[in-house]
Ligand binder design. Structure first.
Ligand code: XBP
Ligand code: MG
Length: 259
């Protein structure tokens, strides 16, 4: 089967958004609401076990702040905080706080030139995807992606496969026609659940995650003169480009066919 499309996770994969973006915005929303909740870099690593900002706040209360007197309408309270967090997050990105990771812009451009179809599959809120893309790649970049599957569009967030299944269905593609790009264990559980060959680029929060099922684990996409380091699997080349992606895709499917 021919490689037709690339499906990208956003947070951690396209950009290192968690520590200096989402985490900071959560803390700004908490302070603005008069709460003394403070999500440190270390605590946030534990909280990342749960995807989705609203879900993450529930998890925080259940496991790390059980004494907090919960309002009767807890879901509405959390939804209000989350709305404020999204406002702070998109403002941060509007200030150019978070760049794309190395090789991301180049690879997206090369893929477009080669006629590969592009999609996003993420648990983050749609406004956050737009803020990242528009502020790093320009106002037209939302249109580069045929499908932006994001946030509450499916009720079951990663590690459930639903968000990838949604993107595949919207593009009318089989998983074997695509490659997925992820950075985390919840992410690869989701993409592999949707039967997608997955390439991982790790970051500081995810370097110790289990990526056993990945086709390849790299430290970054890489750039000419700034090669990636291969952490798991085998590949040629120094940076991800369309030719290398086609090779990885073909090799993986040949391996699968021989069992
Ligand atoms: C990303 C997430 C998101 C962001 C916060 O995970 O879990 O929840 O941390 O975004 P992935 P929201 O990269 O696996 O998609 O607050 O908008 O949910
Ligand atoms: Mg991610």
């Amino acid at each position: 089967m021919k490689l037709e499309a690339l499906i990208f996770d956003v947070d951690g994969t396209l950009a290192d958004t968690e520590r200096d973006g989402h985490r900071v915005a959560f803390n700004q929303a908490f302070a603005e609401a008069g709460l003394d909740w403070d999500w440190s870099v270390d605590l946030y690593e534990k909280l990342l076990a749960v995807t989705g900002g609203k879900e993450r706040m529930h998890y925080y209360l259940d496991h790390f702040n059980q004494d907090f007197p919960r309002p009767a309408a807890l879901d509405e309270f959390i939804a209000g905080l989350h709305k404020s967090k999204t406002k702070h997050y998109t403002e941060l990105l509007g200030q150019g706080a978070i760049p794309l990771r190395p090789g991301v812009e180049r690879l997206l451009n090369e893929a477009r030139e080669a006629g590969l179809r592009l999609a996003v599959a993420t648990t983050t809120t749609p406004a956050n995807v737009e803020a990242l893309l528009v502020n790093t790649l320009g106002p037209d970049s939302m249109g580069w992606f045929e499908v932006i599957a994001a946030g509450d569009i499916v009720p079951a967030k990663k590690p459930a496969p639903d968000i990838y299944d949604y993107a595949l269905q919207a593009m009318k593609l089989q998983p074997a026609q695509c490659l997925a790009f992820e950075d985390s264990e919840n992410g690869i559980k989701s993409s592999m659940g949707a039967k997608l060959t997955t390439i991982i680029t790790i970051n500081d929060y995810t370097r110790d995650h289990d990526f056993n099922e990945a086709a390849l684990v790299l430290d970054q996409f890489g750039e000419p003169g700034q090669p990636f380091t291969v952490l798991q699997g085998e590949t040629e080349g120094e940076y991800l480009n369309v030719e290398l992606l086609r090779q990885i895709h073909a090799k993986h499917h040949a391996l699968k066919a021989t069992g």
